[in-house]
Ligand binder design. Structure first.
Ligand SMILES: *Cc1c(COP(=O)(O)O)cnc(C)c1O
Length: 395
């Protein structure tokens, strides 16, 4: 018998998309040089600027966000360049591989994976290492359910003339960004996290300083490569051409999720994620769980990471939720596997009281199923009690 499909995909991305996204994605596939597709691609870039809240150039690379992150390293780092890599989780640590694959030298500033980077430590590290040229940081560490103070970090980097590479794959839509104001030189997001879109694209903003760094790369600028951001500048930005065929249907889906986010409005879009995340934390605590993040003010708005208590078989819990009730949540990732599990609330379809209530109710039922003591209604009740400001009809 084939595995049943889930009813609710509340994983750490990709997540369920709205019916409207599915419908918009199913338009006929256009030839990418058809004037209608050129118009669509231009419009999607304009929408992306509004969602990122930037006037910087946007680049949409045609692969899941890891492509954009690797492309940032590959396009800017010259052999011997020092990169301050801020590590507060799995994705931060992984970025070191990209730095070193392209000849960079890593200077690491790390904190435990339940904590966030202190901007003052960044200042000290940059002051102590005047040779540092780039800084890499993860905005929202999805595997840890934490976020870093990227605004403060980016501003400090700018004071030192250091160019930033920012993984905001799950941060865009979970916090209000401002690339110019925050000193974000290359920011990379994914449509399949808080925007609630389909996976397969890297959404990027590029500052003038980042373009200059790409042009200055030694021994020569990176061109003629799937990883080249400059190829996109020379084709799309300067000539309305493409370096290769874009993923036409993913662009339709992206347009749809950007329009949906802007209809809600970015302030409200972010506020909804933050409200549901706070309510989810209240629900988890009311069920007797401790949260993985060291403090609430560093808890991410895309997922809620719960510390696995002694004696709880979290893999069995997730399996019961998935197979008996059709609710998918995520385990810990990489070295965090087993140490935590993650409730999901990313995307406009999921960051909603109805879905949170269902998720917590199924969590309670599943805990009882595996013999974990639970007071039915404690988690859902606390979460709903915390949601005092919700109003779908408010504008
Ligand atoms: C999802 C995500 C990525 C992309 O990684 P995948 O494992 O390919 O989904 C990168 N960084 C962060 C912080 C993410 O949440």
């Amino acid at each position: 018998m084939a595995t049943n499909w889930p009813r609710l995909n509340l994983a750490a991305g990709p997540v369920e998309v709205t019916a409207r996204t599915l419908r918009d994605q199913s338009r006929p596939v256009l030839y990418h040089y058809d004037p209608a597709f050129i118009e669509t691609f231009a419009r999607v870039n304009d929408l992306l600027k509004l969602v990122f809240r930037t006037n910087y150039d946007t680049i949409i690379m045609q692969g899941e966000a890891i492509l954009g992150l690797e492309a940032a390293a590959a396009s800017m780092i010259s052999p011997g360049d020092q990169v301050l890599n801020l590590v507060s989780g799995v994705f931060g640590k992984w970025f070191q591989d990209f730095i070193e694959a392209y000849g960079g030298e890593t200077v690491e500033l790390a904190v435990p994976y339940n904590d966030a980077i202190d901007p003052e430590d960044v200042r000290r590290a940059l002051a102590a290492n005047p040779g540092i040229k780039f800084l890499s940081v993860v905005h929202s560490e999805t595997p840890s359910g934490t976020h870093n103070p990227v605004r403060e970090i980016g501003r400090i980097a700018r004071e030192f003339g250091v160019i930033t590479m920012v993984d905001t794959v799950s941060g865009l839509g979970g916090e209000l960004l401002s690339p110019e104001d925050w000193g974000l030189d290359v920011a990379v997001a994914g449509p399949q996290k808080c925007l609630g879109g389909t996976p397969g694209l890297s959404l990027m903003t590029i500052s003038p300083a980042a373009w200059a760094a790409m042009e200055a790369r030694k021994p020569r600028p990176l061109r003629g490569s799937f990883l080249s951001i400059l190829d996109w500048k020379a084709t799309w930005l300067e000539n309305r051409r493409f370096p290769y065929t874009p993923s036409v249907t993913e662009i339709y889906a992206l347009e749809s999720v950007l329009v949906q986010a802007l209809e809600i409005g970015m302030e409200r879009f972010v506020d909804r994620h933050q409200q549901v995340a706070a309510a989810c934390r209240a629900g988890a605590r009311a069920l007797g769980f401790a949260l993985w993040p060291a403090r609430d003010d560093i808890a991410a708005s895309c997922v809620t990471a719960i510390k696995t208590p002694d004696g709880l078989d979290e893999a069995r819990l997730r399996s019961v939720m998935r197979h008996r009730y059709g609710v998918t949540i995520s385990p810990g990732y990489g070295e965090l596997n087993g140490k935590l599990f993650r409730l999901g609330h990313m995307g406009p379809a999921q960051a909603h009281p109805t879905v949170l209530a269902a998720q917590l109710a199924v969590l309670e039922r599943s805990l009882a199923d595996i013999g974990w003591p639970v007071q039915f209604g404690a988690g859902t009740g606390a979460a709903m009690a915390a949601l005092t400001d919700w109003d779908d009809a408010a504008s």
